[in-house]
Ligand binder design. Structure first.
Ligand SMILES: *Cc1c(COP(=O)(O)O)cnc(C)c1O
Length: 407
């Protein structure tokens, strides 16, 4: 019998829901000399990135780019839009919502946290009910995670907007799209979002290191009255310098080369509607695989509401006491594939398959084959044929031979 050795051949499968695999052409774009960020060429690159990001956020309003991970852009959203002591309404959709709430506490805001079960996204009706009680308008912002990366539940942001409007409440709407931007349809303007927070290393297929705020006119007006201390994160200096494509301090120039390439790929070549459809197809194929495996009773999709199933990742709950970290270890050691671990309250019980970014049908099939083999090696009861169910679905979705080719 041939045993696997520690020497790795072929490519590592990085199927965590971020950082995602960086396409070779983005790596090549980054691998260029760093230029003078105050020199004549830079402004063209800066404007291309800023204008391209507006298309990705589906906004006509301002977008700013920080040389920081997504956590930095979370902080920027809070300290620009709010003042110390402001009450913010947040929803416990999972680990990322919990971290954002903890940050709000550290920064001197007063979050009210609507308890969630980590199997649903933010519930618009619960937000509406709380806002209706707040007749004095103490709540200054509603913060929602669009794609909760710890659970694979995607919030219905347009419905959250309608809930705020039905309550007749003036609170700002702040949304985290760090793991959905460029993978799941998201419309900053149409959905009336005030601040959208994004990051580079998930749907945008870049290495970690860039993050974003998209900012409505209402949020910009609120920022003028904000009393929060800030310097690095300040929108005003950023927006002023960005007019000509420049930045108030040294930007992450090489990551911007990569960003410009990613925008070409997503907006210019594949097109956002096709990008979103591709992610939905891979998510549906993954769920078909999980449902098949789950017929033996030991695993299920964590997200309980079909309307909220994530296009970017699928979180899988192991029942009957099986350990998800042991399964991930078996898969990493035998098949050189990294899967997302269970975070926070679902640690050890959940593993997550990232199917976002630079990803195609056969990447998905390699991923699902690795999981199915891993279930067998780890001795976790499962019905065979999950990968087959996914293949059947992908084949159904594939284009039939064109008439011309047949003739
Ligand atoms: C990854 C992620 C974050 C954190 O971003 P960092 O780049 O790690 O700082 C926040 N929110 C969500 C939804 C995420 O997926």
């Amino acid at each position: 019998m041939f045993r696997y050795s520690n020497a790795k051949s072929g490519r590592h499968f990085l199927q965590i829901p971020g950082p995602t695999n960086v396409p070779d052409r983005i790596l090549r774009a980054i691998d260029r000399p760093t230029i003078d960020h105050r020199g004549p060429e830079f402004g063209v690159l800066g404007r291309a990135c800023l204008d391209g990001m507006k298309k990705i956020f589906q906004t006509e309003s301002h977008v700013v780019i920080y040389p920081a991970s997504g956590t930095g852009a979370w902080e920027a959203a809070l300290v620009n839009a709010l003042s110390p002591g402001d009450t913010v309404l947040m929803y416990e959709s999972g680990q990322f919502a919990t971290l954002w709430k903890s940050m709000a506490v550290k920064l001197g805001f007063k979050p009210e946290f609507i308890a969630g079960d980590w199997r649903h996204a933010a519930v618009p009706e619960e937000i509406e009910a709380r806002l209706k009680e707040d007749s004095g308008h103490a709540i200054k912002a509603v913060c929602v995670v669009h794609n909760e990366t710890s659970t694979g539940c995607t919030a219905r942001v347009a419905e959250v907007r309608r809930a705020i409007d039905r309550a007749g409440h003036p609170a700002l709407l702040l949304v985290d799209t760090i793991s959905s931007l460029g993978s799941i349809d998201y419309r900053h303007d149409e959905w009336g979002v005030d601040v959208t927070v994004g990051g580079s290393q998930k749907g945008l297929m870049l290495p970690p290191g860039l993050s974003f705020n998209a900012i409505s006119a209402k949020a910009l007006a609120a920022a003028r009255n904000s009393r929060s201390l800030k310097s690095f994160w300040g929108w005003e200096e950023m927006i002023a310098a960005n007019k000509t494509g420049y930045f108030p301090y040294t930007p992450a120039t090489n990551l911007l080369y990569g960003l410009s390439e990613a925008i070409d790929m997503l907006v210019g070549e594949e097109g956002l509607p096709q990008v979103f459809a591709r992610h939905q197809r891979h998510a549906e194929a993954t769920r078909r695989a999980v449902r098949r495996w789950g017929e033996a009773g030991a695993l299920e999709i964590l997200c309980m509401d079909e309307r909220e199933h994530s296009g970017a990742l699928t979180a899988i709950l192991l029942t009957q006491g099986h350990n998800a970290d042991a399964l991930r270890k078996v898969i990493l050691e035998n098949f050189d594939m990294s899967l997302g671990q269970g975070l926070g309250k679902v640690a050890g019980k959940v593993f997550r398959i990232g199917h976002l970014g630079d990803f195609n049908d056969l990447t998905l099939m390699g991923t699902l084959a690795g999981v199915e083999m891993g279930l067998a090696v780890a001795g976790i009861p499962h019905a065979k044929g999950g990968a087959q169910a996914a293949m059947d679905y992908l084949a159904e979705c594939a284009a039939p031979p064109s008439l011309k080719a047949v003739a």
